[in-house]
Design a protein around this ligand. Structure first.
Ligand code: MTE
Length: 318
């Protein structure tokens, strides 16, 4: 990816800033996060929702871009199990019971097992990763997620040589999820990654955001975040992870295969059949004069992930 496609603030800080300056900015951000000076209202809102603290150590894989205000992160969501309007999940997800919670890991692995949510929280030191999330609908956010690399889980179950893909199955319980009465998608919500994508250091098994346990509308108690792909690849409230030989059939691909491919890498050169993907609206920056941002190839993570797709025609494998 030629450098001229990037803006300076779209690069990872470690690539553009001398280490000591980078460290200093990180410390500043950290102290800002402690006082939450850059996101007014986080504490009050999170406490009102009864949120528990879940701090993570700062990760060098974070973007230095301004984070999206907490109130937007928790009130503008896609989580169709709780309704299709952006404010439905915040209004309806209180019925989700997030404990006890287990994730069953099975399929092409030598050591299939169930992980309790508390085990997932202690798989590895929790990290805070500030990632961009770009939705296929044309909006984006910058969110400080808290989690551990998914590879930490994968390592423990020892995939066999037949494990080419990983399928993520999320909770589908009509008693807790009013949106399941709508046939908008086939339930449960299913997503998938190629095994090398799942093992990539950027792929985060996510249990928190903004230093708190995940709010229910954000996919509590555990979701995936794959920052170089459109947001729908990041399944919420995961209950099963299956290692399989064949490419999984995912919910969005099943619903509209011509619109939502399996890969779904953020790609400004591949338009959605009904709209362009060249630009995006950053949530929280709305305003009459606010210009849209140019969408970056792989959501700005090309340096890290482009090699996964070497030789592939990304217009065909969209
Ligand atoms: N996971 C489940 N289980 N159900 C969903 O409807 N929506 C996806 C993804 N994960 C969805 C899901 C879509 S379309 C997006 S853009 C992201 O979640 C949004 O995540 P956020 O609301 O935390 O920003």
């Amino acid at each position: 990816m030629p450098k001229r496609h990037f803006r300076a603030d779209d690069l990872l800080p470690s690539e553009i800033t001398p280490r000591h300056v980078f460290e200093q900015r990180r410390r500043l951000l950290k102290s800002a996060a402690a006082g939450l000076a850059f996101a007014p209202g986080v504490d009050a809102l999170a406490q009102a929702a009864g949120a528990q603290k879940l701090p993570g150590r700062q990760s060098g894989l974070s973007t230095m871009e301004k984070t999206t205000p907490y109130k937007d992160v928790v009130s503008y969501n896609n989580f169709y199990e709780f309704g299709t309007e952006k404010d439905d999940p915040a209004r309806n997800a209180h019925t989700l019971k997030t404990r006890p919670w287990t994730v069953k890991v099975e399929g092409e692995v030598l050591k299939p097992r169930e992980f309790d949510i508390d085990e997932l929280l202690t798989l590895a030191p929790l990290e805070e990763r500030i990632y961009r999330l770009r939705c296929v609908e044309g909006w984006s956010m910058v969110i400080p997620w808290v989690g551990v690399p998914l590879s930490e889980l994968i390592r423990r179950v020892e995939p066999t040589g037949n494990a080419k893909y990983v399928e993520f199955v999320t909770l589908a319980d009509r008693a807790q999820m009013p949106g399941l009465s709508s046939p908008v998608l086939s339930w449960p919500y299913v997503e998938g990654l190629r095994i090398d994508e799942a093992n990539h250091p950027l792929t985060l098994l996510t249990m928190g955001l903004y230093g708190e346990v995940l709010p229910k509308q954000s996919g509590a108690p555990v979701r995936i975040v794959v920052p170089w792909k459109y947001g729908f690849k990041s399944g919420k409230s995961i209950v099963r992870i299956r290692f399989v030989e064949k490419q999984p059939i995912t919910s969005w691909n099943r619903a509209a295969p011509q619109e939502y491919g399996f890969y779904s890498n953020v790609n400004p050169d591949v338009s959605h059949p009904r709209w362009s993907q060249a630009t995006e609206r950053r949530i929280g920056e709305d305003g009459f004069l606010q210009r849209k941002r140019k969408t970056l190839m792989f959501n700005g993570y090309g340096e890290q992930v482009a090699s996964l797709y070497a030789g592939m025609d990304l217009k065909r494998f969209f």
